[in-house]
Design a protein around this ligand. Sequence first.
Ligand code: ADP
Ligand code: MG
Length: 390
Amino acid sequence: MSRLLFLSLLIFSGFAAWQAFFFRRKLREVSGYAEEVSLRLQEKVRLAEEEKNRILAILESMAEGVAVIAPDQRLTLANPALARALSFPKNQIEGRYFWEVFRDSSVNEMIVKTLEEHVSMHREHSILLSDSIFQIHVSPVFRGKNFLGAVAIFYDVTQLKKLERLRSEFVANVSHELKTPLTSILGFVETLKEGAMDDQENRSRFLAIIEDHSKKLYQLIEDLLSLSKLDTEKQELKKEEFDLAEVLDRALASFERPIRVKKLKVLTEFSSRPFLLSADSASFEEVLNNLLDNAIKYNVEGGEIRVRASRGGGSVSVEIQDTGIGISKPELPKIFDRFYRADKSRSRQTGGTGLGLAIVKRIVERHAGRIEAQSVPNQGSTFTLTLPQN
Ligand SMILES: Nc1ncnc2c1ncn2[C@@H]1O[C@H](COP(=O)(O)OP(=O)(O)O)[C@@H](O)[C@H]1O
Ligand SMILES: [Mg+2]
């Protein structure tokens, strides 16, 4: 009996030992597997994190505002451009209801429609409390058949709109400026046809007026062509060395008559003669012609025009000073604008197109230079242009 007990004990303990060994081996196998799973998971999380950071970096650097709105109407993502566009603190956007952030009925309406009907919306709109105009796209986001929410993109088109407005204003201005002399020409032609032809005195007077207006039209078209060429930058500027004193003499000779009629005194002060300058000489002559034309036109009888040229600090500066009617302080910043005339009736009377200074400014800018005006009403004006020279 005790032998049997001993034998069965021996068998049992042997079995237990074998089982313990087997179990330990299994445990080792399982823990090895768990470790592998954990490593694989860690790698997946790292990749997902990397992918998320990559997408966030792209969103952060975008100029367009981007917002993601979940079906529960909460914002789950907003990039810095959106926060800037809405003037809303960036760290306070995510997690809020979209209508707390946008506070604009038109935008909210688009988002609601996309969330409810899963349709894309597009609108051009100026957001409430903001000066900017945006093109707004709201589109539904799906993964497979699951609706994840809406993504709204805000594209700032303020600058484009401004250019569009400037262009149509320009076209309106051009049309007006062309129409004024043309109306006058047609009127006088009509009068001549209706009998004034036979009246010797009136005939000469009317023809002179027609000639005058035709010249104005011609000048206007010339100025427009000049500006258009300068704008498209197609016209290559030729850098060449020339003598400014010589170009000035030529320009003054062309104004000999109006200078004499107005009894103006012209003084030139050049730091050297010849005064060599490196620029596009034809364009520079146009600059001088326009500035001299103004200095004569807006001067008083018996007045003075002073032209100074000097160099220093890697640039040359040319100053044209007159003793004319001057320009008031509020008007001074506008005189370089296209078609701007401080004194409309006087400028029209004197045949101005209002484009001269705009042309001057474009030419100087294309030479990487600057032009400034100073003026005291009823005392005179000084136009100073500075051109870099190397
Ligand atoms: N030297 C000046 N003195 C006074 N006003 C000036 C002078 N130069 C320009 N202006 C003012 O600036 C406006 C714009 O000049 P500009 O572009 O040359 O056009 P405009 O064809 O009228 O001469 C003029 O209408 C005039 O009112
Ligand atoms: Mg002018």
